[in-house]
Structures are given as C-alpha cells and as structure tokens.
Design a protein around this ligand. Structure first.
Ligand code: FCB
Length: 449
C-alpha cells in the first residue's frame, strides 16, 4: 500500500532524508587503523547486549556504502544524515589523525554528492574513543577541548563539501543511560558523574560550534535533541515529581543552556558546582537549526533503584505499542513540534522518527511491514498538522535506512526501511521503503504545482 499525498503542501525546499549512525552500521571495527570506542568495550561485557551482539560487522556499510547510497537514490531522499566515528579518524581521540579513516568519509561524501544527496554530518553518535574514556571521558572537563579539536579536523577535511553539521546526537540519552540509569556505554551509575558529563558535553558543543564556524565557510550548524513529553505513569504524587525531574534532565539539560543560556530551574542548584564563570556564554553559541528526534512520550514512575530516582512505567493500556514496547502516539509528536518551535524559535529538522517492527521475509521474498507504514503515515500527518499550526519544520528524516545494531537490543530490533539479512548482508527494501518513496515523490509533485 502506498501513501496518498501528504495532508499539507510541503514547501519545495522541505528536506526528506534518512538517518543512520557509525557504530550501528559501519562494522569494520578492526580495519584500517580504527581505534576502539566505549561501545566496543561495553558490548564485550557480559550481559550488556541482547544475544551478546556487537557492532563488529553490523551492516558492513564500511564496504557496502556504494550499494547503500544506491538504495537512497531509489528512495528519492534529498539528504542523508550519518555520523563520523571519532575513533576511526582519531584512534585515541587526540593527536594524530588516521588517514585511512578520513579517506573512508571522503569516499562516502563524494559518492553522496555524486548521487545528488546532501550529506548531513553528525560528529558524535555515542562512540567515544576508549582511550579518552580511560582519561575520564565526558566526566573530564578537558574532553570538551578534545572534542573541539576533533570537530576542527572534521571541518577542515570535509568543509569544502559538507555544510550541515550536528555536534551531538541525543546528549540527554547517552549521558542519562551511560552515566546514571544504566543500559548504555560506558555503563556508569553515579549521579555526580552524570552532572559532570552533562556540563562537559554542553561545553564541548559550544566549543565545537566555534571551531566549525571558523573552519567551514557557510556552515549550517545545530545539535540533535531527543524530546519526549514526560508524563506520570500513575496518580501517585511521587510519579508526578519523578516525571518533572526526568523532564528537566531529558528535555531541558542540553537545549536550554545551548539555546537559552541557562539550565532548567530544577537543575540550577545541582549543576552549579561544575560551572566556571562564563561557561554559559561559551555554551550558548548561535546555531542555525534545532535537530529533533522523537519516537514517543515517556510514562514515568518514581524508582528508588537508581541514583536519579526515576523509572519508566507502562503507557495506559489503551495506547498501542511498537515492537520495542514504545507507545505510539502521534499527537505527542505534534505537540512536541509546536512546543519546540515556541520555546526555541529556530527552524526544526526532524532528524529521527521511525519504529521497530517484527519484520520477516515471506515466501515470496517480500517484507510487508504494515505497522511501520501506519506509524510513519500517522507521524508525518501529525507533523503536517504542526506545520499548519505554525511550527517551522523544514525537514524529516526516517530512522533508519537499514536495520542495524540497536544498542542494548543488539540485532533483535529492526528499524529499517530496508531489511538486512545479516548472515548474507543482503538488503531487501520493505513495503515501507516504497511507501516513503511515494510520499517524497507526491510531495515534490505538490510543490511543483
Ligand atoms: C535513538 C538513537 C538511534 C536509534 C533510535 C532507535 O535514540 O539516536 O541511534 O537507536 O533511537
């Protein structure tokens, strides 16, 4: 089944895209001088990842990028958001660059441009070089400068061809789960470490923005935030307090200082010990857009089992859920888009939206992922409603082009528009791939009218 035309006319310059990230698709973990990242180490710790999976091979995109760009061409996307693996181009995170790693992204970028697909480059999608973690990683204030040096290297190398840069993907997610709640590398569970990491990532963002502005002519810069409404899971007042707390950390701890120049009121006191005079000035650097990732709302409970005291409860029983168990609520997407527009007054690009589904190849070799089509149809409709209501949304990227390594879930969860048969690495476009291609095509026809 294909889509009808989108419910509202998109402007001709609306950007349709797909997103991926380095550790989740590249593989080639030990090739051409790549150094280890915290995820290589974390995946090897027993019990961390479903089925003991790792990103060692993933989708073998490092060798199959040309085929994957061919898929994007067939899809008709305007843009591709990928991330650079810091340890692939700087194996120990600092100092000498790795020419073979840099050359991989040259090949990728050149092939994208040749296919008329704009590269959107994200500097950090969670794969911190292990050598930096051993120096404290994000809990060390110096990490902001190490990151800025890495950003400058990337800007100098690719800035003639790449104009769109995101500093971080979902800083709230990798700091909360990596340093406090558990579930992500580096696997620390300590509230003070979380606070330090938050502040240093914010400093790194500001410093990287300055270095990219200096090294890339006509740079268009932003950061990518995961914003999800935080609702109390039950009527207990402690759930309400937990929801307010999670909201401050999840939705406010990064965009507020980066764009408004202050931490959310609930965090002001706890963040104070880590700040030096002028830090907030260095964090709040002008950017060009707000990158939004959104999947679902959170239903929050009070939970004494972790240092933050928050947990994730079930959605109300009438709310449908994806294969990940995430609530499917397009209205929350519409409200989030409108809220982000009002609060931050920047053009918004949706840089991740999509869903996991129990996909399988049928006897005819077809992957009929109707629940994904239904999800994408409802969520893009909600986005068009938000645009009608005044939200300045300029683009939409599906997560993800390919099924890939879904962090703690390993390969057990599939988010792709393209099915990956991991034993053979065969790519099979799903029904949703054709649906999305048709959506892009019909929006172009409408814009041309
Ligand atoms: C986001 C991550 C992305 C992917 C999707 C499903 O939080 O940015 O890497 O795992 O969720």
């Amino acid at each position: 089944m294909v889509a009808g035309p989108p419910p509202a006319k998109s402007p001709a310059d609306f950007v349709w895209g797909v997103s991926t990230s380095s550790y989740q698709i590249e593989g080639a973990a030990n090739e051409d001088g790549r150094g280890p990242s915290i995820w290589d180490v974390y995946c090897r710790q027993s019990g961390r990842i479903a089925n003991g999976d790792t990103g060692d091979v993933a989708c073998d995109h490092y060798h199959r990028y040309a085929e994957d760009i061919g898929l994007m061409r067939n899809l008709g996307v305007d843009a591709y958001r990928f991330s650079v693996s810091w340890p692939r181009i700087m194996p120990t995170g600092r100092g000498a660059a790795n020419e073979a790693g840099l050359a991989f992204y040259d090949r990728l970028i050149d092939a994208l441009i040749a296919a008329d697909i704009e590269p959107w480059l994200c500097l950090y999608h969670w794969d911190l070089p292990q050598a930096l973690h051993e120096r404290g990683g994000w809990t060390n204030r110096d990490c902001a400068q190490w990151f800025a040096d890495y950003a400058a290297l990337v800007g100098r190398r690719y800035g003639d061809r790449v104009k769109r840069y995101a500093t971080f993907n979902e800083p709230s997610v990798f700091t909360l789960f990596g340093y406090c709640l558990g579930g992500s590398a580096p696997g620390i569970s300590d509230h003070a470490m979380l606070l330090r990491a938050i502040h240093h990532v914010n400093l790194a963002h500001g410093a990287a923005v300055d270095r990219l502005r200096a090294s890339v002519t006509d740079a268009s810069l932003g950061a990518i935030h995961n914003c999800q409404p935080c609702r109390p899971a039950g009527g207990d007042p402690r759930d309400l307090l937990a929801a307010q707390k999670l909201d401050a950390y999840w939705n406010g701890a990064f965009p507020d200082p980066q764009l408004l120049g202050s931490y959310p009121p609930l965090l002001a006191e706890v963040m104070a010990p880590y700040q030096q005079p002028d830090d907030l000035t260095h964090i709040r650097r002008p950017v060009d857009w707000f990158g939004l990732n959104h999947y679902s709302p959170h239903y929050v409970t009070a939970d004494a089992g972790n240092p933050l005291g928050v947990g994730f409860g079930p959605a109300p029983s009438n709310v449908p859920r994806s294969a990940m168990g995430w609530p499917v609520e397009p209205d929350a997407f519409r409200e989030t888009l409108i809220g982000i527009h009002r609060r931050y007054r920047l053009p918004v690009y949706v840089l991740e939206n999509g869903t996991a589904n129990h996909d399988a190849i049928d006897a005819a070799g077809v992957v009929s992922d109707e629940p994904r089509i239904a999800y994408l149809r409802a969520y893009t409709a909600a986005m068009f409603e938000a645009i009608k209501a005044g939200a300045d949304v300029r683009g939409y990227f599906v997560w993800s082009l390919l099924d890939n390594f879904e962090w703690g879930s390993g390969y057990s969860q599939r988010f792709g528009l393209v099915y990956v048969d991991y034993p053979t690495q065969r790519r099979i476009p799903k029904a949703s791939f054709r649906w999305y291609a048709r959506l892009i095509e019909s929006s172009l026809e409408l814009a041309a009218d």
